[in-house]
Design a protein around this ligand. Sequence first.
Ligand code: NDP
Length: 252
Amino acid sequence: MTTSPFDLTGKIAIVTGANTGIGQAIAVALAAAGADVACVGRTPAEETVAEIRALGRNAEVISADLSTIEPVGRVVDETVAKLGGLDILVNNAGIIRRADAVDFTEEDWDAVVDTNLKSVFFLCQAAGRHMIAHGGGKIINIASMLTFQGGIRVPSYTASKSGIGGLTKLLANEWASKNINVNAIAPGYIATNNTAALQADEARNKSILDRIPAARWGDADDLGGAAVFLASNAAKYVQGHILAVDGGWLAR
Ligand code: NDP
């Protein structure tokens, strides 16, 4: 029997921010493709773990606050100890703070950049060291439309997501020869807790929908297929790519 190039059976993944939204959807999609998943984050991802175990895959909750880099080594060590290895890292955890650039505070800058960029790099480093020592792996960073565009009133978010784009390419350059694929996914407007206020604002919601060629918000589940692809052998020659999953937003 021919194996699907998207089959993740026997692979072990870390997904950060796996208790809700995009991270939860990606964790479950990876498990549906065959992977076991370490669900990492501040809020224990009990529901995600239960969903994954119902699919017949193994999953573990790993508690970590990624607003500092202190836990990154432990996250990798615990994943290897509890699940038996590490083949796939999905850096999904992220936050946003909104204010005009002229009023933006250092606290709001540091909180976002530390979580969305600094911890992402150091988790890539910790996972990359393991992957290099064990023959390779796949790293997927969750970027944004603001990896490509400026946005408004979100300076630290834009800087962090723009930084993710550069970092993804740098790591792809350095680690392609180590059999590690490093890529990113740039979600468009996806209906999650993160965007609940935008959806609830009638005027804002209408202007967003008018601008999306698909004329709807994305579901978190819309990200699952892209993550499975980039985590799989089907993507073995895809390096440093930022894959937009945006209902056509960037095509407009
Ligand atoms: P949610 O707010 O629904 O989920 C964010 C996740 O990140 C939660 O699991 C949250 O955990 C976790 N997280 C936040 N801070 C930390 C921290 N310090 N340590 C550990 N985990 C943390 O967001 P989405 O699902 O919408 O977003 C997921 C990713 O996708 C983010 O990187 C976001 O920037 C990106 N994105 C989202 C878009 C959208 O339209 N929704 C568009 C473009 C990009 P907890 O619940 O404990 O806070």
